[in-house]
Ligand binder design. Structure first.
Ligand code: ARG
Length: 557
């Protein structure tokens, strides 16, 4: 709609180009102020005339069949479009383009590497990793829709002294069968036991460090155990990813960069950036604490691996942008990382971005520990799905594939709850709230979509041949929403905020439901096909919007 108006106004305004005009166009706050407004204040500066006079002059010249009425109010042009023309056009466009409706090519195939999820092996998948996974995947989908090529990389935390400790613990107390049955909880138990014992047993700590050293040197038995821990951990993580509908292009984690760090350290040294500090090697930074590159015992650190990672990604993928979906608590780490890369002369570090987010809270407290007890994400997901199933059964018990539907609803609720708020906020994890059928929930959208499909089925119309020639007056809000989809996707990319899409879908569903409360879709034979066309268009956008968020939606519910 904005593009359309910009295109029309361009012919009347010589001093601004179409992009400049587009930027000035506003959505009015109230319906009685038209569908769009164009403020004439900027023009007034260019033309040295009052905004009122300019608005008046343009309004007299405007003559386009797509515009019904123009009002001049306080230096604004308030534009009222021809609802029939624009409404039927957009619905036809959605029906024609289907799931590619809203697609754009601003990315032109440019690569964006995305560091998503990145849990630590042999440890439970935390709520923070859930947020990274869900937000990262949605942003990746959104950029893909805009013609970028996202590369989803799972930077697995699979290296460090803790794996030496785990090897020692496993050899002392572990057994193969238990780990095979229940990998993460078993390995985690061993890890916790190690820490408890090591508190009053320095020899144990020493054994852990030695074991890691052996692992680093490639000692066969140590490598075998580490490889196995990594494998079983990845298998469990993959079960979670399958349920969340997420997949990755690469699982190169921290261990992958083992052989690639010497070059980084050498380059830092050659550039005279490395400084010795109490036996350790650091890079001093302006306005922030120094980056610790090598410990006193010579071993490398998290940031050293991230330096190697960033360089490897640039060389391998030649990204135009590089995103890291990691919680707020690591913001200093990423500031340091980018600063060191810039000091090394890598200008592309400018295009790296830490996309951070708040915590998941349960009753106001961080959810990773509940009374000291660890929460396993698969159990949380099971709980969500079970609750969804009970809700469905309470409403009707005739649904086929109830388990599949319950999975779509339960998982959808968890993902949507994460995405509907601006990501910087901490969010409350309240399953009951997330699974409400009314309100700002995923289920509300899923019910709306299922209702639409029930009506379409009842209409008996063949959905592939629907023609829309007229819309109801009451459908105008919906038509305007449909016209906004493209802009909403673009904004979600610019702000890296899937919440833009979530909020938009809720608005669309609310507009649809108030339309549905007022219009009897199938009663009027002459309007039936037009109305079903509208419904189908709404459904296409809801399904595609949810799919961008990584959520599936059943058509029968
Ligand atoms: N494994 C890390 C953690 O759980 C997150 C890694 C984020 N990615 C990165 N390239 N540093 O805290």
């Amino acid at each position: 709609m904005k593009h359309l108006l910009a295109n029309i106004l361009r012919k009347e305004i010589e001093v601004l180009n179409e992009t400049e005009i587009l930027k000035l166009i506003e959505y009015p706050k109230h319906a009685h102020q038209g569908d769009l407004s164009f403020p004439c204040f900027t023009l007034s500066k260019h033309l040295k005339k009052s905004p009122m006079i300019i608005a008046q002059e343009i309004s007299e010249r405007l003559n386009d069949e797509q515009i019904d009425k123009v009002e001049v109010v306080n230096g604004y042009l308030n534009i009222y479009f021809n609802k029939q023309t624009l409404g039927t056009n957009v619905i036809q466009e959605v029906l024609r383009d289907k799931e590619s409706f809203g697609a754009q090519n601003i990315g032109q195939g440019k690569v964006i590497t995305m560091d998503i999820s990145s849990p630590n092996i042999a440890k439970p998948f935390s709520m923070g990793h859930l947020r990274s996974t869900v937000i990262g995947n949605a942003v990746a989908n959104i950029t893909e829709k805009l013609g970028f090529k996202p590369v989803r990389i799972n930077h697995i935390g699979d290296w460090g002294t803790q794996f030496g400790k785990l090897i020692v613990a496993y050899k002392k107390w572990g057994n193969e069968a238990d780990v095979k049955v229940n990998p993460i909880p078993e390995l985690f138990k061993l890890y916790v036991k190690f820490h408890d014992e090591a508190e009053h047993d320095e020899a144990l700590n020493e054994a852990g460090r030695t074991a890691f050293l052996k692992l680093e040197q490639g000692e066969a038995e140590h490598v075998r155990l580490w490889t196995w821990f990594r494998e079983v951990s990845l298998q469990s993580f993959n079960e979670i990813y399958a349920r969340l509908g997420v997949s990755f292009d690469s699982y190169n984690g921290e261990a992958f960069y083992n052989g690639k760090m010497d070059a980084v350290v050498e380059r830092l040294a050659a550039l005279n950036l490395l400084v010795e500090d109490q036996g350790a090697e650091i890079v001093k930074l302006d306005d922030m604490p120094p980056a610790l590159i090598k410990k006193t015992n010579g071993s490398t650190l998290y940031i050293t691996r991230d330096l190697a990672t960033a360089i490897y990604r640039k060389e391998t993928y030649n990204f135009s942008e590089s995103y890291y979906f990691v919680g707020n608590e690591q913001s200093l780490h990423f500031k340091q990382l980018i600063a060191v890369l810039k000091m090394m002369g890598y200008e592309w570090a400018e295009n790296m971005e830490h996309i951070s987010f708040g915590m998941i809270l349960k009753d106001g407290k961080k959810m990773s520990t509940r009374k000291g007890k660890v929460i396993f994400l698969d159990e949380v997901l099971d709980e969500a799905v079970n609750m969804a199933k009970q809700n469905i059964i309470a409403k009707s018990n005739e649904i086929e594939n109830i388990d599949k539907v319950a999975e779509q609803i339960g998982i959808g609720a968890v993902i949507f709850n994460d995405l509907k708020y601006d990501r910087q906020n901490d969010i409350e994890f309240d399953l009951e709230d997330m699974l409400k059928a009314e309100g700002n929930t995923c289920l509300y959208l899923q019910y709306t979509n299922a209702r639409i499909h029930a009506i379409i089925r009842k209409s008996g119309l063949e959905t592939s041949h629907i023609e829309v020639n007229e819309i109801d007056e009451a459908a105008w809000d919906i038509a305007k929403d449909l016209m906004m989809f493209e802009e909403v996707i673009y904004n979600a990319y610019v702000k890296q905020s899937p919440a833009e899409i979530a909020k938009y879908l809720l608005q669309l569903a609310r507009h649809f439901n108030s339309y549905y409360a007022n219009v009897r879709i199938l009663d009027d034979a002459a309007m039936k096909e037009n109305r079903v066309g509208l419904l189908l268009a709404v459904s296409i956008v809801i399904e595609e919007g949810l799919s961008l968020l990584g959520i599936e939606t059943p058509r029968v519910l």
